[in-house]
Design a protein around this ligand. Structure first.
Ligand SMILES: *[C@@H]1O[C@H](CO)[C@@H](O)[C@H](O)[C@H]1NC(C)=O
Length: 279
């Protein structure tokens, strides 16, 4: 779902950022005229989300509510005046739109960096919405499937797969029976361990994915990645099972992406002297 939203926003971005002379739109517009613009917007959004996690959702909603009245023109940001009642006072927005201070903060920061009012308010709304998505839902389906590949060297306790081997229907019958001694239905042996990739439990390879193709995923959540319904996730499992270098490439990229999720840098956070407690 996150990936679909990202596609949508990438599309929205492409349609929003304006080139004044031709009425064409490109997501790279600010790269030349003010290369600092995009990174600055992202860093303000990042700080705002760090201060208050929910603000990402608020920024996203603000962009939608702006676009769904008369197009994406930043009209949602306009304050009421004695002779103008704007969208802020409209029923769907009144008292519920949040994040205007963040938009003000972004606007001040980009105008300062670009040395003039260069980035439009509508673009700020669109870019902030996109950044909120990528900061808040940093991992997409491809990351999920690739990162699950780490199960190739993992083990699970019986209590985590008991329900699956006795009750699930999308499981190979012989595979399920072979596990029932280790993991009895009467609730015993809860901590007994079984490899998630029984073919090669100590090798970081792609046989974990191959096992999913024949309904031999140990955990219910493993098998959810391959349902045999031709979904996007099925396609990725098939690809990784037969192409170890595609798996290696995507696993690496997803690990880096995961490792970059909301790191605390600079003056934010602290170097703990004991990892078990804050200083
Ligand atoms: C199988 O499902 C039923 C109904 O949800 C549940 O009561 C039972 O505990 C499950 N069996 C195992 C072995 O988990």
């Amino acid at each position: 779902m996150a990936s679909r939203l990202q596609y949508f926003l990438a599309f929205a971005m492409a349609t929003l950022v304006t080139i004044p002379s031709h009425a064409q739109l490109t997501p790279h517009f600010y790269d030349k005229v003010c290369p600092q613009a995009m990174p600055i917007i992202k860093s303000v959004v990042q700080r705002a989300i760090f201060r208050e996690r929910r603000i990402g959702a608020s920024l996203l909603r603000m962009h939608f509510h702006d676009c769904f009245v008369n197009g994406c023109d930043a009209s949602v940001l306009l304050d009421d005046t004695p002779n103008f009642i704007g969208e802020k006072s409209a029923l769907p927005n009144m008292g519920s739109l949040r994040g205007f201070e963040v938009i003000d903060e972004i606007k001040a920061a980009v105008d300062k960096a670009c040395k003039r009012p260069l980035v439009s308010c509508a673009d700020i709304l669109a870019i902030a919405a996109r950044d909120s998505i990528s900061i808040s839902h940093g991992l997409d389906l491809e990351d999920l499937v690739a990162l699950s590949g780490a199960h190739t060297i993992g083990f699970a306790q019986c209590s985590a797969f008991r329900n699956r081997i006795y009750n699930d229907t999308n499981i190979d019958h012989n595979f399920a029976s072979s596990l029932q001694t280790t993991c009895p239905s009467n609730g015993g042996g809860n901590s007994n361990l079984v490899a998630l990739d029984r073919a090669s439990p100590s090798r970081f390879d792609t046989s974990y994915y191959t096992s999913l193709l024949s309904n031999k995923g140990l955990l219910h959540s493993d098998q959810e990645l391959f349902k045999g319904d031709g979904s996007e996730s099925d396609t990725l499992v098939k690809l990784y099972s037969k192409d170890p270098s595609a798996f290696a490439r995507d696993f690496k990229a997803s690990m880096i992406k995961m490792g970059n999720m909301k790191p605390l840098t600079g003056n934010v956070g602290e170097i703990r002297s004991n990892c078990r407690r804050v200083n």
